[in-house]
Design a protein around this ligand. Sequence first.
Ligand SMILES: [Zn+2]
Ligand SMILES: [Zn+2]
Length: 223
Amino acid sequence: MRCIGCDRPTDRSLQLTTLFAHGPLLAPRLCHSCLSRFCLITGATCVGCGRMQPTEQLCSDCRKWEHQGRLLHNRALFAYDASMKAWIYQYKGLGDYRLHVAFQDLIAARLRHAAALVPIPSEPKHFELRGFDPIIGLFGCLRLRSWLRKTATERPQAQKTRQERLKTPQSFHVLASEQMLNRARQITLLDDLYTTGRTLYHARDALVAAGFKGTIDSFTLIR
Ligand SMILES: [Zn+2]
Ligand SMILES: [Zn+2]
């Protein structure tokens, strides 16, 4: 198989843990050299949002969330550095759908024990513009439950300041019945990027308001 970054043959092989795991067998689609341009989150992280930092204490953002109610535990694969910003721009901004498989092996390995995987949906108008849902693209290699719908907001998150993002009103509707939700004991919300956490906290709150009684955490490609 060829690397989708540089078109040379991929030199990364399947990890043994992936081989013996239940679920889809997903081959690496980036070579060592292309993958090394990104910063994989390793070592100490904030126990709240999964941000890479020197200690495992709550970061200042998570302390604020904790103050407002129950903390949402997030885990992420990559740090949001210049390489990842450029990658997200090519994938979502320019709509280069080829890239959706870039991290599929790493994503599948991290989520193989997760229970119900619920993707954060795109706004309908963004879907129309791009012609694909970037979150389904990234995580579509796994079994997903499309239990959330998003109504249109006036401006995309990407065009807002941090303060404006934090003030964004709730815009998620839950499509599953209370009975269906509670067949799962645990839900992992999926998104591409954790910035302020606002979107994921809204999704969590919508599921709780719809009667979900289990635990909810989240996983993002980037923090
Ligand atoms: Zn490559
Ligand atoms: Zn944090």
